[in-house]
Design a protein around this ligand. Sequence first.
Ligand code: BT5
Length: 237
Amino acid sequence: MLIASKLYYFDTIESTNEYAKQLLDKEVPEGTVVLADTQTSGKGRLAKTWYSPEGGIWMSVILYPKDPALLSIAGAVAVCEALHVNGILPGIKWPNDILLNGKKIAGILVEVMENATIVGIGLNLNIRKFPLDLADIASSVFLETKKHLEKKMIYDHLCKSLDDCYKLLQNNLGKELLTKWRHYTVILGQKVMIDMAGKLVEGKVLDISNDGALVLMKLDGSIQRVPAGVCHMLKGR
Ligand code: BT5
């Protein structure tokens, strides 16, 4: 298995993604994982912070992909599969949020560097409490299901599933990965508002395209591809 061919494990670290970036100078093998029990400066997208206490899985994987376009999708599918085999069925909100009962339990941060891509995965597994500013939007597998799943077991499933998803991509079988994504996503057919760096687009989600862009039907009936942005789900279909 490529993923986790080498492991750097820490009790606590600033950010596994940042540490993974430092490792790139050392030409580490593909699939190298940086894993930590807690992060002091966990990162989200666009310089947001990621709450990373004890009880979560905070990991980054170093990859040398042919094309990084679908790696965020691969990370999200891998999280869903790792939970699904344990009887939990989360949903994916495009592009990188994994939800359980409507709350975010995991996120993916893909950083494309010059010579490698880092796939950061944060999964709120057994966290028991969130700060007030996150409590309405964030949750953990434990809080939503009352199941305490063993971290090492979920980590192993996650690595195996990411390995499978990554093989699909490297073998030009991205379409199969997108089929898995369609199985887990909660946004097909939903009305959404996408914020593309301040430019707002509203529409109904028709599909995801082969390069991971969202395909929307806008209110005027025209079709628009949205390559990236922050997605807000709106009421009604
Ligand atoms: C993400 O960003 O969802 C990507 C999160 C990736 C975290 C992993 S952990 C391992 C690796 N090392 C890192 O330093 N990062 C990666 P984004 O879509 O921008 O979501 C960030 C937003 O989610 C924040 O602004 C908060 O509103 C919310 N948030 C913060 N911490 C959270 C948590 N633990 N669970 C759920 N939501 C959270």
